[in-house]
Design a protein around this ligand. Structure first.
Ligand code: UGA
Length: 475
């Protein structure tokens, strides 16, 4: 039997076959697919919950995977192992919608998955380079167990530049020969504390891949963002990997820069709040990330500065601006401690009672990784200071590091009979304290406000000896 087009041309068997094949491919793309996410840390869990929210069971089902059985048990019992505003509700809702499940049986789920995200940790090694062992464990599992053709592997972990290309080679060498693997670097720009908002409202979607097929996969995955006209930038794998590092390193440089200008303001009498505002109006500079403080911390900026320096060293390239930002940051972390010592000129700190308000590396999280509170507490303990600490979320984490300091139930309890207050994290509740009452219950009058949350004159009028970062202290 012969088939004709509308214009009367004969359709050959070959044409028919190609058309049916294309139809089949697009239909299979439309069928519900299984997504798995290896690693249930901040990035993995938030990505899983947000993807679940964006889709319906007709398009995707999502399983978050982890080797940590205990973590999966907790998640299955509705307990979220990290503090992230809104995450618990989002997870619960999407579990109820049958969009989201959790499992530690990674091989089985991987074998059923069309799309596999890798969102495992990439910590820093002793020499500053990136530990990719968790990543390669995940890749090995994918190579041995992936069973869908094609399988798309999306890299969310922050990986050294060049790892994506290595992953393609690895999967092609070790994976099943009848499976085509597509590897995409799709870096994440979420911030802890605002992770859900950032994921649902991205500035851009970066898709690094050397394969055309991946565009349709990613367009389907991030369809709601296309509707919102969020820019999609298609790049090579290594460019996408570099974008992630370049972004975090730029932010690190910006923070170290403003911290140094703040330190200069401390000497000249200028006010860093005005300086930040004044330069931030310039669109080439931008107003965000210009708050001075006790240095940058967290699981990303410290790790990614060292990671990029290690990569540059491997290629014999100097990254002097980044090296300087790291050095400045190390110095800045003890700035609150140095200011505290100024309060007690001539007097040793030994046997004083010091209150540390804020232990998390920033507000909105229970994460204490590279928090400035850690080296400050270490210094205070060396001086045999008695420490009373309070943080709304991070105390149980800090107790693991410093079991022998006093943890209090509120900022008020922590400042009772204290000789000085150190504010390390800018939790909103610290901005609303009754400082007159706090002052009345303290033994001393010193306050080091390392986040500039208070008005110096107001605290001075309450009898405090106030020191901020880069703001003039009223005399
Ligand atoms: C950072 C990036 O901001 C995210 O875009 C990125 O996705 C993430 O790392 C990551 O790679 O996963 P995060 O570590 O959650 O996010 O925290 P930030 O809000 O960037 O803060 C980092 C540090 O800089 C904190 O210690 C914070 O207190 C400090 N900071 C931030 C300042 O001292 N001043 C500022 O103006 C801003």
């Amino acid at each position: 039997m012969l088939f004709f087009t509308k214009k009367g041309k004969i359709i050959t068997k070959k044409h028919l076959f190609v058309t049916l094949f294309l139809l089949y491919s697009s239909l299979s793309l439309l069928a519900s697919q299984h997504i798995s996410i290896i690693g249930t840390g901040y990035v993995g869990l938030v990505t899983g919950a947000c993807l679940a929210k964006m889709h319906t069971p007709k398009s995707f089902h999502i399983t978050c995977l982890d080797i940590d059985q205990n973590k999966i048990q907790k998640l299955n019992a509705g307990i979220i192992p990290i503090f992230e505003p809104g995450l618990s509700e989002l997870v619960t809702r999407n579990v109820q919608r049958n969009m989201l499940t959790f499992s530690h049986n990674i091989p089985i789920i991987v074998s059923q998955s069309d799309i596999i995200f890798i969102a495992v940790g990439t910590p820093t090694k002793q020499d500053g380079s990136v530990d990719v062992s968790y990543f390669y464990n995940a890749l090995e599992t994918i190579a041995h167990h992936a069973n869908k053709n094609p399988t798309t592997v999306i890299l969310k972990s922050t990986l050294p530049i060049g790892t994506g290309q290595k992953a393609i080679t690895y999967l092609n060498e070790h994976g099943k020969k009848d499976i085509t693997f597509h590897v995409i670097s799709n870096p994440e720009f979420l911030r802890e504390g605002t992770a859900i908002f950032d994921t649902m409202n991205p500035d851009r979607i970066i898709i690094g891949s050397d394969s055309e097929h991946t565009r349709s996969v990613m367009k389907r995955l991030y369809k709601p963002f296309i509707k919102q006209s969020i820019p999609f930038l298609y790049t090579s794998l290594s460019s996408a990997e570099t974008i992630k590092y370049a972004a975090n390193n730029f932010l690190a440089i910006k923070i170290s820069y403003i911290n140094e200008i703040a330190n200069l303001c401390d000497k000249t009498g200028a006010n860093i709040k005005d300086v930040s505002k004044g330069i931030g109006y310039d669109p080439r500079i931008g107003a965000s990330f210009l708050k001075p403080g006790p240095g940058f911390g967290g699981s990303c900026l410290p790790k990614d500065t060292l990671g990029l320096l290690a990569k540059a060293k491997e290629h014999n390239v100097s990254l002097n601006t980044i090296a300087a930002a790291v050095k400045t940051n190390q110095h800045q972390k003890l700035m609150p401690y140095r200011k505290l010592k100024k309060c007690f000129t001539g007097e040793p700190l030994t046997n004083k009672t010091i209150t540390v308000l804020g232990l998390a590396f920033k507000a909105g999280t229970d994460d204490i990784r590279y928090s400035s509170a850690i080296p400050i507490i270490e210094k205070l303990l060396q001086k045999q200071v008695s420490i009373k600490a309070y943080d709304p979320q991070a105390m149980s984490e800090m107790k693991k590091l410093f079991p022998n300091i006093t943890y209090c139930n509120s900022a008020y309890e922590a400042s009772e009979e204290s000789n000085a207050l150190l504010i390390i994290t800018d939790w909103p509740e610290f901005k609303m304290l009754d400082m007159a009452s706090i002052k009345n219950h303290m033994h001393g009058n010193c306050i080091v406000d390392a986040r500039n949350i208070y008005d110096p004159c107001t605290l001075h009028s309450l009898g405090f000896h106030y020191m901020g970062i880069g703001v003039p202290s009223p005399s």
